[in-house]
Design a protein around this ligand. Structure first.
Ligand SMILES: Nc1ncnc2c1ncn2[C@@H]1O[C@H](COP(=O)(O)OP(=O)(O)O)[C@@H](O)[C@H]1O
Ligand SMILES: [Mg+2]
Length: 247
């Protein structure tokens, strides 16, 4: 099972939107895919129309291995399941801190799922917390959506410095731009500089788009209502590039 985490220190940059669309593409291509909503805001669960109330919440989840299975939900899309979050996820940090191996609590929970799924997507909360440190421990590919502004680059540099200090294994970091608006000079300058100087960034970015924003109203991945749009094609190209770069 390969673990893709969609993460940024910053909120509101498109982590949840990207997680849902990429997980949908992974599943549509035939990979058994699970998306885990780690944010107490429950955006992924909302987009996938799953009720934001889990019996027992994170207390129950952390009780033991088989509890993860009990909280799995089908999304109605072939090959795509969800581990939803609810408001109890706000306690996850404190609960992990009390556990015997605070940095490996989440890894332990997904271990039994490895046989069942090819791809696991983690939709992460923003910030640098114990939850995100758990994420870094278990992730194979860290996808970092960023709005192309100097402050975003600064936050990204902070993240890289943090990972260099903390990293314990194989994590591959793949940053890319989201909500790109070519009418904004700052977006043009930042995307041009980065593509010339930093090959680590993915070539495919995601534009600022009303169609993508409409996911909040449609409550489904963009491919279900705008399959033929340039945005849908762009996301397919992004996913293909991610697969190539993470092979
Ligand atoms: N490419 C995009 N174009 C336009 N709006 C977007 C795009 N990606 C995300 N959004 C919007 O930006 C807001 C934040 O996105 P979200 O995925 O929830 O970010 P995060 O998970 O990082 O907090 C949402 O209202 C979402 O609809
Ligand atoms: Mg989110």
């Amino acid at each position: 099972m390969k673990i893709f985490s969609v993460y940024n220190i910053k909120g509101g940059v498109g982590k949840t939107t990207t997680s849902v669309n990429l997980a949908y593409l992974s599943a549509a291509a035939g990979a058994q895919t699970l998306i885990w909503d780690l944010d107490p805001q429950g955006g992924t669960s909302y987009y996938l129309c799953v009720k934001p109330k889990i019996k027992g919440g994170t207390d129950e989840l952390l009780q033991g291995r088989n509890r993860t299975m009990a909280q799995l939900r089908m999304t109605g899309y072939p090959n795509l399941d969800l581990l939803p979050s609810d408001i109890s996820y706000r306690h996850l940090d404190a609960q992990l801190a009390k556990s015997t191996r605070p940095l490996h609590g989440l890894e332990r929970l997904v271990a039994p799922l490895a046989k069942q799924y090819d791809h696991l997507f983690l939709d992460c909360p923003p910030g640098l917390s114990l939850v995100t440190e758990n994420v870094f421990q278990m992730t194979d590919v860290l996808l970092v959506p960023m709005i192309p502004t100097p402050l975003s680059l600064r936050a990204y540099n902070r993240l890289v410095q943090f990972l260099v200090k903390r990293r314990t294994k194989k994590l591959r970091v793949l940053p890319f731009f989201n909500m790109v608006n070519p009418d904004k000079p700052i977006h043009r300058v930042v995307t041009k500089n980065i593509s010339e100087k930093h090959p680590i960034f993915l070539k495919n970015g995601v534009p600022e788009s009303n169609l993508i924003e409409a996911m909040g109203v449609k409550r489904s991945p963009i491919f279900t209502y705008a399959r033929e749009s340039p945005e849908a094609d762009g996301l397919r190209a992004l996913w293909q590039e991610i697969i190539r770069r993470s092979a």
